[in-house]
Design a protein around this ligand. Structure first.
Ligand SMILES: CC(C)(COP(=O)(O)OP(=O)(O)OC[C@H]1O[C@@H](n2cnc3c(N)ncnc32)[C@H](O)[C@@H]1OP(=O)(O)O)[C@@H](O)C(=O)NCCC(=O)NCCS
Length: 184
């Protein structure tokens, strides 16, 4: 596992920083929304204790190096609007996976694209990664578009990989190599 030191990444409109217990109410508001949970492979939260548990897990993962999950804040207001995380590190192979979600009020303004670019740059520079992977539901068109905008390539398809909301759901696999990133 990499040693994860707290870091702040600043983009044109966003600040990405380690999450804290103060984020619990905003984190709960984001993941209690059915529209956000729809392709996150789990039911929307119904109890703030779920947000408390999630933040506890995120803090433990920072400490043991298993996940670098950044809270995404609007620079203009300081509001927490979502998060993006690098996780499932395989140090020998210099690869990991990426996950992300934004509160639905903030969709469609390019924020996910901006936040992913910063998190990916951090992954390739600070964590010395060679490859980042993502798997998404093919019906999550906006998520696929974000991945393609930042340079991921579609690599595979796995039918009926998940069982959520009473049905099996497919996966499309995406990958981003450091050399694609450097060439872009
Ligand atoms: C996926 C998600 C992160 C995208 O965030 P966002 O800030 O709206 O993304 P951006 O604005 O940077 O880019 C979205 C792109 O998808 C496009 N898009 C969004 N929904 C679309 C749809 N239904 N059909 C076609 N294109 C769509 C937008 O037009 C935009 O592309 P463009 O810049 O070429 O116009 C956000 O919808 C989300 O948090 N969803 C819930 C959680 C989730 O599904 N996370 C991913 C799990 S794998």
């Amino acid at each position: 596992m990499p040693e994860l030191k707290p870091v702040i990444l600043t983009t044109e409109r966003l600040r990405l920083r380690w999450m804290t217990e103060a984020d619990i109410p905003a984190h709960y508001a984001i993941f209690s929304d059915h529209d956000v949970a729809r392709y996150w492979s789990r039911e929307p939260w119904t109890d703030i204790a779920q947000a408390e548990e999630s933040i506890k897990t995120i803090l433990a993962a920072h400490a043991d190096g298993s996940e670098a999950r950044f809270g995404i804040e609007l620079l203009s207001t300081g509001e927490l609007i979502g998060n993006v995380g690098l996780h499932h590190f395989f140090e020998q192979n210099r690869r990991c996976e990426i996950g992300y979600a934004l509160g639905s009020r903030h969709w469609g303004q390019g924020y996910a694209t901006e936040a992913l670019r910063a998190a990916i740059q951090y992954g390739f520079d600070a964590l010395n990664l060679n490859r980042i992977e993502a798997d998404i539901d093919p019906r999550n068109v906006g998520s696929g578009r974000v991945l393609e905008k930042v340079g991921f390539r579609k690599e595979g398809f796995m039918p009926e990989r998940w069982f959520v909301f009473g049905e099996f759901a497919d996966t499309v696999n995406y990958g981003l190599l450091k050399r694609y990133w450097d060439e872009a």
